[in-house]
Design a binder for this molecule. Structure first.
Ligand code: KG4
Ligand code: ZN
Length: 321
């Protein structure tokens, strides 16, 4: 760490296969898997970094939002570690971590920027004038973007999570065969209170109908995936670009698992033009990982923020709220 700037010394990402087997996250199983894995994962990250626990300057841990059982495991472990080592403890908001992900690969990425945070649990458009200062411009009123990708994946008979597979299928799909609705795009043009609000449940229902009408899903799945992705991407990109223009910032950040989607990044890039910079981390740092939490924690550590021993995990809380 250098003045709050983080670089990766060791990073271990453990995907829980159990979720793939059940086609989604089963909270109880997720908590148990966290209990089993957290010690060995921390040990391995330290070994990869060639560092000892005593050399660590501070302990950053995700405090929320998310599945409370899994969060409690991390917060309990982080507190114990920090207390035992006599090091500062910093509880990090999961979304703030996602926003820091691009800084791990490019130290020049910094506010002010507009950020589109698109993950399995959240879809939020943020105005970020400075680190630590977050204003919600809009969010989804129902499903998150990643959740829509995953549910459409289920309709198409794909595994979980399905985002990357849908992107792969869509790349070979015919863009003209299925034209699905662009939810809440009219509101952007109207410019009212809901101009930056998203909604994906209607799009999912449109897909359900189209899959029910299909007589050969295996043959149609590329075109269906393409139709769905085009609709979702158009709305996300149009609102992000409009927010960037309204705020007049030089940078747009795409963050969260859905930011791995290259069609989304390409659409945003095209709409914001060459005078605005697009910052997107590589896929392994866009999907959930500890390095992004450490990066946000390093920034808090450098400015003197500390969490108390009464730090609590929270299942829902708005960033900056
Ligand atoms: O941020 P993340 O790892 O976990 C949450 O905090 O939710 O995001 C996971 C989500 C999943 O819904 C997954 O389907 C989606 O990100 N995702 C993608 C792609 N890669 C992952 N969605 C669209 N295209 C992708 N290439
Ligand atoms: Zn996430």
């Amino acid at each position: 760490m250098d003045g709050g700037r983080a670089t990766i010394a060791g990073l271990v990402i453990l995907s829980q296969d159990v979720h793939r087997i059940f086609g989604g996250v089963v909270p109880e199983l997720a908590s148990r898997a966290h209990v089993r894995a957290i010690g060995p994962v921390v040990d391995q990250a330290l070994a990869d970094a060639g560092a000892s626990l005593e050399e660590i300057e501070g302990i950053a841990v995700t405090a929320g939002p998310g599945l409370i059982g899994a969060l409690l495991v991390g917060v309990g472990y982080g507190k114990t570690l920090a207390w035992r080592l006599g090091k500062p403890l910093i509880g990090v908001h999961h979304h703030e971590g996602h926003l820091f992900a691009p800084t791990l690969e490019d130290a020049t990425v910094a506010p002010p920027f507009v950020a589109l945070l698109v993950s399995g649990g959240h879809t939020v458009l943020l105005d970020v004038p400075a680190w630590g200062s977050y204003r919600v411009l809009g969010r989804t009123r129902d499903d998150a973007a990643g959740e829509a990708f995953d549910k459409v994946g289920t309709l198409l008979g794909l595994g979980y999570p399905a985002g990357a597979e849908i992107e792969r299928l869509a790349a070979r799909g015919n863009p003209d065969r299925f034209r699905f609705p662009r939810p809440m795009l009219k509101e952007l043009q109207a410019g009212g209170a809901d101009q930056f609000t998203f909604s994906f449940s209607g799009l999912k229902t449109a897909l359900l109908r189209a899959t029910q009408a299909s007589t050969d899903l295996a043959a149609d799945c590329h075109d269906l995936a393409r139709g769905f992705q085009d609709a979702a991407v158009e709305v996300l990109a149009a609102k992000t670009a409009a927010a960037a223009a309204q705020c007049g910032y030089p940078t747009v950040v795409l963050a969260g698992g859905v930011a791995c989607n290259r069609a989304l990044a390409a659409a945003v890039r095209e709409r914001i033009g060459s005078s605005t910079r697009l910052a997107v981390a590589s896929p392994r740092l866009n999907t959930d990982n500890a390095a992004m939490i450490a990066a946000a924690g390093a920034w808090h550590l450098a400015r003197g923020d500390r969490s108390g021993w009464d730090l609590e995990a929270y299942d829902s809380r708005e960033l900056g709220g």
